[in-house]
Design a protein around this ligand. Structure first.
Ligand SMILES: Nc1ncnc2c1ncn2[C@@H]1O[C@H](COP(=O)(O)OP(=O)(O)OP(=O)(O)O)[C@@H](O)[C@H]1O
Ligand SMILES: [Mg+2]
Length: 512
């Protein structure tokens, strides 16, 4: 066993035995109360490669990477770094050994500046021992220049978009001169252009010999960026292959152990009367003159680039940020939706895109998170909550959505990212809505569960629910929508019927 200090010295001197692998894990096991997250798994990362990790929600991908990043200690198993056994004692220990991880839910301090976040706990000091802000800013600027990142180092992180926060995290990881970089679903909130930029950075790092672990649910990304991939299923290691050796279907089979034929099970259902009618809806400075109808049984897709105003329109309809002008009618009657409570009373449901900021109540358990939206009405009789009935319904929903959790009393924080999303979807499905707004409903969701959620949405449409679905994934919008409204810079730039909609037509309206 080599101590981290020695290791750093060895790295610095370059006197490292030439091992084929940069980082190896073997026979790793990790159990949490009620779940075996990893059962005797292995993983081997070569220098100068991008290695993708694939697997269904809850397969153990994040857990394995958290072990390699010093966050969790394995119950047993060996980890070797550049050919030497190593025990990682903490995330800092891992960082100092050259292993950096960018998390699925980003981890920056919102009220600190970009520069402060990057150099936290290793700030450059002036000769009086105080933080040298000028130097810190220059160091950040230099780092950003190298990575072609255009962000002001003095901005407080809370003012940054998700994409910018991601770039800051990457810059931070690079600043540690890490040679292993782990990215957990890094593109889930990025626009296509931002994804391209990220890929450029990744290719550049790879060409410098850095090994990159890349967790993703997106098949096209795997083929575009990954040299190799490993698949995990239910905590077990399934196999490793070169991405050029396999097809999409091969990977899906490895991941789910069965065939998934229909990705978008949209069926034709009768379309009824207009349920929601929005006219000239405007939120000053954000979006303008947006008008559309959604009918019972209809799925209206909202397409457009991230930042085009799709989510803002949804938030306004749901009363989160009431409109500055325009009207909303439900079943032909004007309604004044001044808060989410009013929206819920009007039987609207809204699955928000950002589960960490507005969706998940991390300290509550699965059951509490699921029932929170229905507590106010359906299950209250003469002032008492019908707890037993409510739990039964929640359990049934969680079974239907195949939420992977030991039981309903597990803190939602302990669920895998995709399973948290499923709980939130369950929350809104339980409210028995007549208008359902879904903002990026299948982000971070594995292929199997994705098909499951699509089936659910289709069933709701068949029952007469009017659905608005925002998605940045074009195949999903095209596959699921009866009609698509495309937005660009706060305006609706066009509508496309299911029969005429193509990726190219949507992109033309979205990019202008
Ligand atoms: N801190 C924890 N406490 C209890 N259980 C946990 C904890 N972290 C993970 N788990 C459980 O371990 C299993 C594997 O979770 P993990 O987060 O590794 O999945 P994943 O493959 O990253 O899934 P996703 O694609 O949804 O992000 C899940 O069943 C999860 O609920
Ligand atoms: Mg995960």
């Amino acid at each position: 066993m080599i101590s981290p200090g020695t290791m750093a010295a060895v790295r610095a001197s370059g006197a490292v035995p030439n091992s084929e692998f940069l980082l190896e894990a073997e026979g790793v096991r990790k159990a949490f109360p009620g779940v075996v997250a990893l059962d005797d798994v292995q993983f081997k990362l070569k220098r100068g490669t991008v290695h993708a990790l694939m697997g269904e929600n809850g397969a153990g991908k994040s857990t394995l990477m958290k072990i390699l990043a010093g966050i969790y200690t394995p119950d047993h198993g060996e980890i070797r770094l550049r050919g030497h056994d190593i025990e990682l004692k903490s995330p800092l220990d891992a960082l100092e050994n050259g292993i950096a991880m960018i998390h699925q839910e980003l981890n920056l301090m919102p009220f600190m500046t970009v520069a402060e976040n990057i150099w936290i706990r290793r700030e450059p000091k002036n000769r009086f021992g105080f933080v040298d802000h000028g130097k810190m800013r220059r160091m950040t600027a230099e780092l950003f220049k190298r990575l072609k990142i255009d962000i002001d180092p003095e901005t407080e992180v809370r003012h940054l978009s998700v994409a910018s926060r991601q770039m800051v995290e990457i810059a931070k990881a690079v600043s540690y001169e890490s040679d292993v970089l782990i990215m957990d679903e890094p593109t889930s909130a990025l626009t296509e252009r931002e994804v391209e930029h990220l890929f450029e950075i990744i290719r550049d790092l790879r060409s410098h010999g850095i090994g990159i672990v890349y967790i993703t649910h997106k098949m096209n990304e795997l083929f575009e960026i990954a040299d190799e991939f490993s698949v995990f299923r239910d905590g077990k290691y399934i196999g490793t292959h070169a991405s050029s050796d396999v097809t999409r279907d091969d990977i899906i089979r490895m991941m789910v152990g069965r065939e998934i034929t229909q990705m978008f099970p949209k069926e034709e259902v009768p379309i009824g009367d207009v349920v929601l009618s929005v006219k000239n809806l405007t939120l000053k400075g954000v979006f303008h003159d947006v008008s559309f109808d959604v009918r019972a049984g209809e799925i209206l897709g909202l397409a457009g680039l991230v930042g085009s105003g799709r989510s803002n329109v949804a938030e306004t309809i749901f009363g989160v940020t009431p409109a500055s002008s325009g009207t909303i009618e439900i079943n032909g009657k004007p309604v004044d939706i001044d808060s989410p409570n009013t929206a819920i009373r009007n039987r609207m449901a809204f699955l928000t895109e950002d589960r960490k900021d507005t969706g998940c109540l991390l300290i509550l358990d699965v059951l509490e998170n699921m029932q929170i939206a229905v507590l106010q009405d359906k299950f209250v009789k003469s002032g008492f909550v019908q707890e037993r009935e409510l739990s039964r319904v929640c359990e049934e929903m969680s079974r239907k959505l195949r939420v992977k959790t030991p039981n309903m009393y597990e803190r939602i924080e302990n669920l895998s990212g995709g399973n948290q999303q499923k709980v939130l979807i369950g929350r809104w499905l339980l409210t028995n809505p007549r208008i359902l707004i879904l903002d990026e409903p299948t982000r971070g969701i594995d292929v199997g569960a994705k098909a499951e959620i699509h089936r659910f949405v289709t069933e709701l449409a068949r029952d007469g629910v009017a659905v608005i679905m925002i998605s940045s994934e074009l195949p999903e919008v095209l596959g699921m929508s009866d009609r698509i409204m495309v937005m660009h810079e706060g305006r609706a730039t066009g509508f496309l019927d299911r029969a005429e909609a193509t990726q190219v037509k949507v992109m033309e309206l979205a990019a202008r």
